[in-house]
Design a protein around this ligand. Structure first.
Ligand code: THU
Length: 137
C-alpha cells in the first residue's frame, strides 16, 4: 500500500479521534476504513453510562461504511490513547477482540490493519495475523 494513502488514513483517524465520546474511560480512539473505491469511513468510540452499550471506533467505522454500501475494504488505520496525551500518543492501540471479529466479518484476511501514533510512526499487520483461526458460519 502506498505511503501517501497510509499517511492520509492515519491523518483522518487522528482527526476523527477528536470527536471521540469517552467521558468514562477518557481513552479516545479514532479509526479510518478504506474501501475498494477509495472512500474513507471514519469512526470513534462512543461510550455510554451503561458501559456495555458503548461502541468501539472500529465497529463505528464498519457500521458507517456498510450502511453506505461500501465493500472490499483494503485497510483500516487505528489510533488511540488517553485523553490527556492529546495528539502525542505514547503507544499503538490494537483492536479489541470483538472488533477483530467484526472486521473479519466484512474484510478479507489480507486487509491491512495500520496501528499508528503519528502519520510517520505506524506498524502494519494483516487481519489474519491479528485474528488467526477466525470463526465464521
Ligand atoms: N476502544 C475502541 O474504541 N477500540 C478498541 O479496539 C479498543 C477499545 C474503546 C472502548 C472504550 O470506549 C475505550 O476504548 C476504553 O476501552
Amino acid at each position: 500500500m502506498e505511503k501517501d494513502i497510509i499517511r492520509e488514513l492515519i491523518k483522518q483517524a487522528l482527526a476523527a479521534r477528536k470527536n471521540s465520546y469517552a467521558p468514562y474511560s477518557r481513552f479516545r480512539v479514532g479509526a479510518a476504513l478504506l474501501d475498494d473505491r477509495g472512500r474513507v469511513f471514519t469512526g470513534v468510540n462512543v461510550e455510554n453510562a451503561s458501559y456495555p452499550a458503548g461502541l468501539c471506533a472500529e465497529r463505528g467505522a464498519v457500521a458507517k461504511a456498510i450502511s453506505e454500501g461500501a465493500a472490499g475494504f483494503r485497510a483500516i488505520a487505528i489510533v488511540g490513547g488517553p485523553d490527556h496525551e492529546g495528539d502525542a500518543l505514547s503507544s499503538y492501540c490494537p483492536p479489541c477482540g470483538i472488533c477483530r471479529q467484526a472486521l473479519s466479518e466484512h474484510c478479507g484476511k489480507e486487509m491491512q490493519v495500520i496501528l499508528a501514533r503519528t502519520p510517520d510512526d505506524y506498524s502494519i499487520y494483516q487481519l489474519c495475523e491479528l485474528l488467526p483461526l477466525s470463526f465464521s458460519l
